[in-house]
Design a protein around this ligand. Structure first.
Ligand code: NAP
Length: 263
């Protein structure tokens, strides 16, 4: 039986991992999903799974690509009810001679890319007929504690959290809600590059279904799994102990090549 589309939702980073699962889950609920990423083939495969999903390829770091995507988005829908800004990448720094440029590359995607998307989406969110649009930003629990080699990734997600927290205040008078989602470790192409133990690693579809369910109430933030949040809280209570606990990972990881590059 045909489902009546409910919300119009733009999801970035939908070609793989969390974004792909979020797109499938939101479409299955009868929402109309506009799915973005750079990999056109993967987006077409995704769109073929559900008539409620439309592929909208774009590079969120590229102004021209975003402008084209914005024009195409306006043809697909007159408005947006929700955006899930999920596109992201991770590169680790390897000391003593790190690739410092990695910090700028990661910031460009994770932070400035999401800012670009907010700028593009706002006029369409303001036209939401329901009058209560929702911006969802995917950050990370990495910001709850310092991790070795995570200078680029952690800083980009901390910047993103602050951006969304501040944005929430400025958009409140327009009744635009902002939620920051902080996942723990989820089994996706991104984390499959990691060579260190990932406590409480979650299945990607399970993680996506938790996100979809929990953002419904539009909380300021949603961090999961709770067991990881509790573990990371140790770093605040006992920072010296935390440093000792995670430091050996740096030595082990030195044998690993920079995993996120090129994603
Ligand atoms: N997996 C975890 O454990 C975990 C934990 C906390 C937070 N997160 C966050 O969750 C989000 C999704 O990550 P994931 O684990 O699902 O990784 P993933 O499978 O590698 O997905 C990343 C997505 O971002 C897209 N992307 C990257 N650069 C882009 C660009 N310049 N323009 C447009 N799209 C771009 C990728 O598509 P293309 O390459 O096709 O462009 C892909 O669809 C990220 O923000 C990540 O930081 C993940």
């Amino acid at each position: 039986m045909a489902r009546k589309p409910n919300k119009v939702i733009w999801i970035t980073g939908a070609s793989s991992g969390l974004g792909r699962s979020l797109a499938i889950a939101q479409a299955a609920r009868g929402n109309r999903v506009i799915a973005s990423a750079r990999s056109e083939d993967a987006l077409e495969e995704l769109a073929a799974l559900d008539a409620n999903i439309t592929a909208l390829p774009c590079d969120i770091t590229d102004a021209a690509s975003l402008e084209t995507a914005g024009a195409r988005m306006a043809e697909i829908s007159s408005h947006l009810d929700q955006v899930i800004l999920n596109a992201g990448n991770c590169e680790y720094l390897d000391f003593p001679d790190p690739d410092w440029a990695a910090i700028r590359r990661v910031m460009e995607i994770n932070f400035f890319g999401s800012v670009n998307c907010v700028r593009l989406a706002l006029p369409m969110l303001r036209k939401s007929p329901g009058g209560q649009p929702h911006i969802v930003g995917v950050a990370s629990q990495v910001t709850a504690a310092p991790f070795p080699r995570s200078e680029a990734y952690g800083a980009s997600k901390a910047a993103l959290q602050y951006f969304f927290d501040s944005l929430r205040i400025d958009l409140a008078s327009e009744k635009i809600d902002v939620t920051v989602v902080n996942p723990g470790f989820v089994d996706t192409p991104l984390t499959r590059n990691n060579n260190f133990p990932m406590p409480f690693l979650m299945d990607v579809d399970r993680a996506a279904s938790r996100i979809v369910k929990n953002i419904e109430a539009r909380p300021r933030s949603y961090s999961f799994p709770l067991r990881l949040s509790a573990l990371l809280f140790i770093s605040k209570l006992m920072p010296a102990f935390w440093q000792k606990m995670v430091a050996p990972r740096t030595e082990r990881a030195k044998t690993q090549s920079n995993p996120g590059v090129g994603k």
